[in-house]
Design a protein around this ligand. Sequence first.
Ligand code: FES
Ligand code: FES
Length: 136
Amino acid sequence: MAYSEKVVDHYENPRNVGSFDTGDDSVGTGMVGAPACGDVMRLQIRVNAAGVIEDAKFKTYGCGSAIASSSLVTEWVRGRTLDEALAIKNADISEELALPPVKIHCSILAEDAIKAAVADFRSRHPAAGGGTLVSE
Ligand code: FES
Ligand code: FES
């Protein structure tokens, strides 16, 4: 199967590979797996005091489309609020990367990883509500 140029680009030059310290309060970590193939994706976001995602990193054990999808979303979530990040849909990812139907689940994995990272961050900041951090 031929991968699109954008998939190959993200696969060969993945953006923001790595991890943040999970003990850091400003970090949310989402770890998800794809039942269809067993691939695993970890996405982390670093959120500033205004509730905006300043930085994101990923580590993915998976196919080229999964790596490209996670690389792409680390770029997309930057500068967004948590709610804006949750608005990123797998259809946006698969369209941007021109994923074929058998690879749609790779983009779903990336959407799920965003949701999991935001949920983790929010669970650690119950007062933050809609994405604005309230200092105590
Ligand atoms: Fe998991 Fe693509 S099937 S690597
Ligand atoms: Fe399973 Fe891509 S995440 S084939």
